[in-house]
Design a protein around this ligand. Structure first.
Ligand SMILES: Nc1nc2c(ncn2[C@@H]2O[C@H](COP(=O)(O)OP(=O)(O)O)[C@@H](O)[C@H]2O)c(=O)[nH]1
Ligand SMILES: [Mg+2]
Ligand SMILES: [Zn+2]
Length: 307
């Protein structure tokens, strides 16, 4: 029986893309057996399906998942592409660090995509109302230094598009980022012929409206293939299911340093013999990252108190 991947789930139907390049998805119903077993097929699931008489099909078997994201609900994702615009809206490094906590927690490889390169000055200076005045080069150096891939893109000049495409090949990736940063535009540039709806930013609010409603995987044809989910992003970035110690381990450079802390379970605040604090002091760990860590730690504590 043929195999494929669920690329869309809508109104009780699952759209299964056959494992053949260029083939159109088959509209399928899930077998009743899944409901009995309490399995809900997810977008991203690799499945065995069967074509029925009317040209539709049935999903007969769901293969074991390697990963399972809850928000957005996608199975088998192995990579996150975090889209952050350099301007309109201004680059928000605190939000980027928050997204990174979530991709680390989910165990995903992360590519940071800095979009709208054409909107900042030639020498990479940020807009005036950026909270943290960090030039492009500095931002790239910071995150590459931690170990992340950073790609700078513009859908106006096509800068970085080929590089982004290469990163997506052969993998299942989720695109995440605030609305209005250019996710759909980027996908349109990456996939010839795709015409995702993009939206203009309301200049008053500095953010776009949500036009991406359901999760859908888009196939990158040719070369190594690959699937990409254009999603509104991790909708609720809260820290409810996280312990303080886990938070610090999601800052990977702190995690690496933590083995050098005097106390196990060190939260890197005021503990004596804290290696992280020493590295912040000597500049090996960026102040911005450490500051955001403390902000999130505080947020977590406040959350816990409220619930
Ligand atoms: N100047 C510039 N504008 C862009 C770029 N990419 C997207 N935009 C614009 O940013 C707005 C939001 O883009 P969209 O792709 O809908 O963002 P999404 O909400 O993240 O999917 C639209 O007005 C796009 O035309 C870019 O590289 N440069
Ligand atoms: Mg969009
Ligand atoms: Zn410490």
């Amino acid at each position: 029986m043929p195999e494929g991947v669920i690329v869309k789930a809508l109104s009780g139907y699952y759209y299964v893309k056959p494992a053949i390049d260029g083939a159109d998805p088959v509209q399928c119903r899930a077998r009743g057996i899944f409901k009995k077993k309490g399995i809900t097929p997810l977008v991203g699931d690799r499945v065995v399906y069967e074509i029925t008489e009317n040209g539709e099909g049935t999903v007969d078997e769901v293969m074991p998942r390697t990963t399972e994201l809850i928000r957005p609900p996608v199975a088998n994702v192995d990579q996150a592409l975090l889209a952050f615009s350099l301007a309109e809206p201004d680059l928000n490094l605190q939000l980027l660090d928050k997204f990174l906590v979530h991709t680390e927690k989910a165990g995903l490889d992360t590519v940071i995509c800095l979009t709208k390169r054409d909107l900042i000055t030639e020498d990479g200076q940020p807009g005036e109302n950026t909270q943290e005045q960090m030039a492009l080069e500095e931002v790239v150096r910071l995150y590459e230094g931690i170990g992340y891939s950073v790609i700078v893109t513009s859908t106006r000049t096509n800068e970085g598009i080929a590089e982004a495409r290469a990163k997506l090949e052969g993998r299942t990736s989720v695109f995440s980022g605030q609305s209005g940063v250019g996710k759909s535009s980027l996908l349109n540039a990456l996939v010839p012929g795709l015409a995702l709806e993009t939206n203009e930013i309301s200049s008053k609010l500095g953010r776009g409206k949500h036009t991406t409603r359901h999760v859908e995987l888009i196939a990158l044809e040719g070369n190594g293939g690959g699937l990409v989910a254009d999603t509104p992003g991790f909708s609720q970035l809260d820290f409810l299911q996280m312990e303080a110690e886990e938070l610090s381990s999601c800052f990977v450079e702190m995690k690496r340093a933590a083995s050098g802390c005097k106390f196990r379970g060190c939260l890197h605040q005021h503990e004596p013999g804290c290696r992280v604090l020493a590295l912040v002091e000597n500049g090996e760990i960026a102040t911005s990252r450490y500051k955001h860590y403390l902000v999130f730690l505080q947020e977590m504590k406040e959350r816990k108190r409220r619930y």
